[in-house]
Ligand binder design. Sequence first.
Ligand SMILES: N[C@@H](CCC(=O)N[C@@H](CS)C(=O)NCC(=O)O)C(=O)O
Length: 225
Amino acid sequence: MTTKLYLNYSSPFCRSVLFVAKHLGIDLHEVNVDLVDKQQLRPEFLKLNPRHTLPTLEDEGVVIWESRAIIQYLCNKYGRNSQLYPTDPAERAKVDMVLDFDLGTLAPALKAVRITKLVTNNSTKGAKPTEQQLTTLKDSLTVLDSMIGKNGGYSAGKHLTIADLSLIPQFLTVTTEELADYMHVRHWYSEITAKEMPYFDEINSMAVKSIEDRTRRLTERADKS
Ligand SMILES: N[C@@H](CCC(=O)N[C@@H](CS)C(=O)NCC(=O)O)C(=O)O
């Protein structure tokens, strides 16, 4: 039976699942879902995931969406001996804590600023993030920076975990200048991606292509309307 991942490489949450799968040596059958054409809203996809988000995993009849739940599942099922998701209750709780902090706080803060600055349609393209959005992001990055500093280079615990692999893809579109005040975050990103993720460049270059393609098509559509 194949393990299917519905994904789009432009999504950081999809790439976190790809990173974990690569790390654990899981062979995923990738099914691309075109977000510009809104294929995620097709009835057959809504049957799988009523929340119509990517990534969505289908594994032996089990359907899971929400990237952090997916990577936890992959570790529980296929990576029992891996340190990516430690089994010790205290160590695991630290990983879960960072994943929850990411889901509830950091990811929305990064998304708010990124979406305002970059993408989606004519009305927001090139707009400046609000002071409130920037303050929320700064506060979240300060928390992440101090956690990485305390842990000696990792977001949760003393070695690479799924917390790092969940966070890292979200920094693809963040510049080093934007991270000037967050020394530990900068170091964490460059060290881990270079030394502990041999699959990083390959997946990242597909992401860059996908983001460029998505931006170009959205711009063309906005210009026509
Ligand atoms: N919290 C979710 C966020 C997923 C998400 O927002 N995915 C976006 C792409 S980055 C998506 O699928 N958007 C399409 C939609 O909401 O219709 C996760 O971690 O899986």
